[in-house]
Design a protein around this ligand. Structure first.
Ligand code: ADP
Ligand code: MG
Length: 353
């Protein structure tokens, strides 16, 4: 429980850092007009702190609608809420379940990303998450036998989704932890845009949606967190992009054996992914893609992630390795600046050629 609170406090600090980066820096020295004032909403949902900020006369109303959307989606997608659709699916004992449009769509998307990433992303990982205690914060190291037995119930191919009908074999359980926040951010962004908002920054527990640019037309400046400790390794300038980071510095535990076990699991082994990455940040047009890929690339590790990028190239990526190197794809090379105190980190550019 204590760890959970520390985690939340860290998230608040992270939110504060991000929002100060987004809103505090780069002031042109002009007096703020009313339209330049960010309206903000801060709330807790989907097990994380969210900070939504938007500019414009209609900002308050639009932000309220966006927050309501998040709570609605949380009600549908929570894995623990007995009234959620995911809970219903996980307790369906092999019977078909009819889904809302939101849930059918996110599952369709997640299964497609599971296929595309060769199963590095797998929404059926939940029984393994439970075995490691990540769902209750009572962490433990399961035995090899226990993991091997549970892996029989893991595999996105076992999910049968037909339109808005889903059927899971008994024992298979879904968890949208790896894509839900990014997907929810897309839907929240859509609501804001529908209400005429052209400049907003949504921080969904470290998953960032930048709508348009700052009111003065310049890029948002987003801090990339230092996965090894305090502070931010650098700043990424973006407009109209989702920026999503996965790493095992957020949720992890240290086992009796002294090893660190993170909350992103390699579905092919049932063990926490340990591929030499400290964090992966994906820069994509859509939050759902960023969220799915940040988790999947963390599982794949630097070499396979680079290969995946070469084969797709519809996103950019910044990887920080456990030994302190930064690997960045060429599309965002010029948008990223290392902070002075991290200036000695090795920076490598991944080019297509
Ligand atoms: P966060 O939610 O901390 O931002 P991620 O987006 O990387 O981080 O999602 C990690 C969560 O996704 C885990 O807490 C777990 O619920 C779930 N998960 C862990 N490993 C996988 C995986 N290989 N594929 C799909 N979901 C996963
Ligand atoms: Mg993710």
């Amino acid at each position: 429980m204590l760890k959970r609170h520390i985690y939340k406090i860290l998230l608040i600090l992270c939110c504060l850092c991000l929002s100060s980066c987004g809103f505090g820096s780069g002031s042109s020295g002009q007096a703020d007009t009313e339209a330049d004032q960010a309206r903000k909403r801060e709330f807790f949902a989907m097990d994380t702190y969210m900070t939504f900020a938007a500019y414009g006369a209609e900002a308050d109303k639009a932000l309220q609608a966006a927050e309501e959307e998040i709570h609605k989606l949380e009600g549908e997608w929570s894995v623990t809420d007995e009234n959620s659709e995911i809970y219903k699916i996980n307790h369906s004992q092999g019977e078909p379940v009819t889904l809302s449009q939101d849930t059918a769509r996110i599952l369709d998307f997640t299964l497609e990303m599971a296929r595309q990433t060769g199963g590095a992303l797998d929404p059926t990982i939940y029984p393994i998450m439970t075995a490691w205690g990540f769902t209750t914060d009572e962490n433990r190291i399961p035995s090899r036998e226990e993991i091997a037995a549970l892996l029989k119930n893991v595999g996105y191919e076992q999910v049968v989704l037909n339109g808005n009908q889903i059927r899971l074999p008994a024992g298979v359980e879904l968890d949208l932890g790896a894509v839900g926040k990014g997907y929810a951010g897309d839907l929240a962004a859509e609501i804001l845009k529908d209400q005429g908002i052209t400049s907003a920054l949504l921080d969904i527990g470290g998953t960032i949606q930048a709508i348009g640019s700052r009111p003065d037309g310049t890029d948002w400046r987003l801090g990339i967190r230092n996965p090894f400790g305090e502070g931010q390794v650098g700043v990424l300038s973006v407009s109209d992009r989702a920026v999503v980071t996965s790493g095992d510095y957020e949720r992890y535990f240290v086992g009796d054996d002294g090893q660190v076990y993170g909350h992103i699991i390699d579905p092919s082994t049932g063990y926490p992914a340990d591929t030499g990455l400290a964090s992966v940040t994906i820069i994509a047009e859509e939050g759902k893609v960023g969220d799915a890929l940040s988790t999947a690339m963390f599982v794949k590790g630097p070499d396979q992630a680079e290969e995946y990028w070469r084969n797709h190239r519809d996103f950019d990526m910044l990887m920080i390795t456990g030994d302190g190197q930064i690997w960045i794809t060429e599309g965002v090379r010029d948008s990223f600046t290392l902070n002075d105190s991290f200036a000695n980190m090795e920076l490598h550019v991944i080019t297509f050629s």
